[in-house]
Design a binder for this molecule. Sequence first.
Ligand code: ASP
Length: 439
Amino acid sequence: MKKIVKFGGSSLASAEQFKKVGNIINADASRVYVVPSAPGKRFSEDTKVTDMLLHLYETAKEGKDLTEELAAIKARYDEIITGLELKDFSLDEDFAIIKKTLEEEPLVDYAASRGEFLNGKIMAAYLGVQFIDAADVIFFNSEGNLNDYKTNKTLSEQLKKYDRAVIPGFYGMGKDGKVKTFSRGGSDVTGSIVARACKADVYENWTDVSGFLVADPRIVDNPKAIKYITYRELRELSYMGASVLHEDAIFPVRRAGIPINIRNTNAPEDEGTWIVESTCQKQDYVVTGIAGKKDFCTIFITKAMMNAEIGFGRKVLQAFEENNISFEHMPSGIDTMTIVVHADEFIHKEQSVVSAIHRLAEPDSVEIESGLALVAVVGRGMKSASGTASKLFTALAAKGINIRMIDQGSSELNIIIGVKNSDFETAIKAIYDAFIVSK
Ligand code: ASP
């Protein structure tokens, strides 16, 4: 049994948190490879070390003196080193190199990546295991995407050399030989890549919540945690704005069939959420999760005999393509078609899209509307449970919410409804109550 353990920034923000992490790792001998983030916030007004480093980069770019900012960043690490009583360990030399490098050539990815690099060094010293610099084992191609083949080959060869190791998250090496980072939150991706490279049995992703929640806790009080969720369900929910994991973290492990277990560093006894390819586990509820986003626009197009006109849909979509706008949904009727887009992408191009639709598709009418919120009700159990839609619509009707759009999609595990922006929170609460509270 081999497990990869990735710890998020809040799990590594202080010496006290580091000790919890140490206990978690030492409690299970199969937790062999560790992927740390940079120190996150210790309290809500605190600053993440990555943000401090991004600011440091700005200062370096302006050619200003870095001493003061570097000292503040170093103090964060020294507090951890002292708290862990790491004798004969110091990051003095590393900080001197960082200062010199940024003065000579300020590069944003290099600066940002140092948060994980330095935390990885502390973690390796604390655990007494090998440190592997991610820049030596994770590679990007010239388009800036992960070079899958080279990374997997090099990383798996390196990992074979060490029974246990620490590999810092968030960065690797660019095609130009310079350090390159993933987008924010990218240590999740590193964890997934490491899990695949060593053919792990489980990818444990340790954070500060006890798993993936059924609904957003800012909208629903104390929502339940999801026990099991499939990769496909997770994809539908994260697409709709629910976030625990970096979106790209799913792909490497998903291809290798490795489950992800989301766990809470501050409550290690909680089982957390299992993200799996497929499961026979009995579900407590028909609905696995509810998520949504506000601020969509709809473009409602009518044309008599639209159903019989070959190529009509393509022409309409071409109008969006010409304007470089991606569409989110496309529910259609016999003589009608609705395109749903993000307001922020669409609003400043609306007239140019409408005229392109007229020019290309010659419709009878085009009407646009804004202020639409979309709510996705996701559950692998829905396809075999009867009455789901009726329960959903009854719950919304009871709250006086008018449904402006319904899209069941072809995935059979997702019903998307469109409501007014102002009904968004009420809709989510009503759905949660109907399916979870009084199931
Ligand atoms: N430290 C980076 C960030 O704050 C990456 C990560 O934590 O995953 O985005």
